[in-house]
Design a binder for this molecule. Structure first.
Ligand SMILES: [Mg+2]
Length: 281
């Protein structure tokens, strides 16, 4: 067995082939073989809640993960081999400090005056996550700046994450404790598991993956990502001196198209060449 490897995958339109671009039928079977390797720890890192992760796992027969980072980084669960989910209380305590005693209702009230924002359904909201939609052509920079100003005035330490759901298309804005990003959760997971950054791969496709895609560990942007995300990821990686640890999937690896799981596998083989031998029986 080679060294442990922590494989962290966004779900929607990264591992899950639920975007407009074509899926590659060879990709998910190969991904399942990789996930079954004893040296691989698998983490799903997603905006979905636990219930919606379980729904996706059933719908696409995803391999059982070791860990799920749910609700855009605000909850981390250990998932045992028998499917027992246990939330990490130490992560909850860590991110709770950023709300500085304010309740989600107080934070929502502070943002209520921003007309472009519509709160999402109640089941999308959490104690550490406020979710909004906005018109896809909204001025994202102005809107996030206005939200940040109101949050600063309230005294909370928050992260405002904007992304476009291409299937809508619709704008999405999440307000999270500053520490509770996908990147923060992956770094916490690394520390808890004692995995060095060079043995991590993060895979993503959209705006709420950008910080993790340009974090201190290898990352892959799947080929179905929007051109705007691709350009922004390239720019951020260059600015942070991380261009060598961000890989852009382009297809043609094992004859696959580089979309979704095919892109994850392409990135995995790029950074960890020994993994290519795990993908076929
Ligand atoms: Mg995604």
């Amino acid at each position: 067995m080679s060294l442990p490897l922590l494989l962290c995958c966004d779900l929607d339109r990264t591992l899950l082939p639920n975007g407009p671009q074509p899926d590659d039928p060879a990709a998910l079977p190969r991904f399942r073989r990789v996930a079954a390797r004893p040296e691989v720890s698998l983490a799903y890192v997603t905006g979905r809640s636990r219930a919606l992760v379980e729904r996706a796992m059933a719908r696409w027969s995803l391999p059982p993960p070791d860990v799920v980072v749910a609700d855009v980084g605000t909850t981390i669960y250990d998932v045992g081999p028998r499917g027992l989910w246990r939330a990490w209380e130490d992560w909850r305590a860590e991110i709770a400090r950023d709300w500085r005693g304010r309740t989600p209702a107080e934070i929502a009230a502070a943002l209520a005056g921003l007309a472009a924002l519509t709160p999402q359904a109640e089941d999308r909201q959490g104690p550490f996550k406020l979710c909004y939609t906005a018109p896809p052509d909204a001025d994202a920079a102005a809107l996030t700046a206005a939200a940040r100003a109101r949050l600063d005035a309230l005294g909370v330490s928050a992260e405002v994450v904007w992304s476009i759901d291409e299937t809508g298309p619709i704008g999405l804005m999440d307000v999270l404790p500053a520490r509770a990003t996908k990147q923060g959760a992956v770094e916490f997971l690394m520390r808890k598991r004692g995995v060095p950054p060079q043995r991590v791969l993060f895979a993503g496709d959209s705006g709420n993956d950008l910080a993790a895609l340009t974090g201190p560990f290898p990352a892959v942007l799947v080929a179905n990502a929007a051109e705007t995300v691709r350009a922004e990821a390239r720019r951020l990686a260059h600015a942070a001196g991380k261009s060598d640890i961000l890989y852009m999937a382009r297809g043609d690896f094992l004859g696959m198209n580089g979309n979704y799981a095919a892109g994850i596998l392409e990135g995995l083989a790029h950074f960890f060449p020994e993994s290519a031998a795990w993908m076929d029986p």
